[in-house]
Unconditional design. Structure first.
Ligand code: C5P
Length: 242
């Protein structure tokens, strides 16, 4: 498969550390750099120039994970203000509602014609207790709400969604009901040996890269398993052989 479906998440990294890591990654990638995910922390600290610099210096597509969520007009203008940045994927919250999603898409078409907008359903940090506390809903309610959010993405013709591997099956079912398709991007990836040894970090529901691809994920977001490994060469070889 090569590394085209891999997205490396640079979470909470100091700029110097990110540079050291990306230089190593570039060496190990043998001219086929995976996509790089920049989160809110690094974007707020270093600003839009970081996106351009990483894109140009390491010749890599950029996933800007801002998870935008505000009134439609504000999200519209926020996306317009990213005009010209080399962004491959940009995230918004689906729970902003249909008008927000539509205004986001409208702005993306104007300012970022080469970008795919991805919708985030629920934060993985939310547990059953949070759903109960905030919306007074239980497990059935959560999955019904998840379905409604994915349907919003389908109805508005959003390019894709971010979800855990466990949810991909349901997303595929909703896709086939609507005869539309979404780019399915999944974090929560751990290598098989890490799963066997129980090295899951704070990820609760994980899948290996090959399981995730078999399930129908189109892109795999991998953070610490790559940024904190002492054998990046071995990990990149494993990914290249998928
Ligand atoms: O766990 P890992 O370091 O591979 O995380 C990669 C990405 O997965 C993070 O950038 C974040 O977007 C997402 N993540 C998540 N749930 C967690 C931890 C991370 O969705 N509990």
């Amino acid at each position: 498969m090569g590394l085209k479906k891999i997205i490396v998440a640079l979470d909470n990294m100091k700029r110097e550390d990110a540079e050291v890591f990306l230089t190593k990654l570039q060496k190990q990638s043998l001219d086929e750099m995976p996509m790089v995910k920049i989160g809110l922390e690094m974007f707020l600290k270093h600003g839009p120039s970081l996106v351009t610099e990483i894109h140009e210096k390491y010749n890599t597509p950029i996933f800007l994970d801002l998870k935008l969520h505000d009134i439609p007009n504000t999200v519209h203008k926020a996306i317009l203000s990213l005009e010209g940045l080399p962004i491959k994927f940009l995230t918004i919250h689906l729970s902003g509602g249909v008008k927000m999603i539509e205004k986001a898409i409208e702005a993306q078409k104007l300012a970022l014609p080469h970008t795919d907008l991805l919708g985030v359903s629920f934060l993985t940090s939310l547990g059953a207790e949070d759903f109960n506390q905030i919306w007074d809903i239980g497990t059935d309610g959560i999955s019904a709400a998840f379905e409604r959010l994915i349907n919003l993405a389908l109805e508005t013709n959003l390019a894709g969604v971010v979800s855990s591997v466990n949810e991909v099956e349901l997303i595929k079912e909703l896709e086939s009901r609507s005869s539309k398709s979404l780019i399915k991007v999944t974090p929560g990836i751990r290598f098989e040996d890490e799963i066997k040894e129980g090295q899951l970090g704070d990820q609760k529901r994980v899948a290996s890269p090959s399981e995730a691809l078999k399930n129908g994920s189109n892109f795999l977001v991998i953070g610490r398993s790559l940024t904190q490994t002492t054998s990046l060469d071995k990990r990149m070889d494993q990914l290249r052989q998928l």
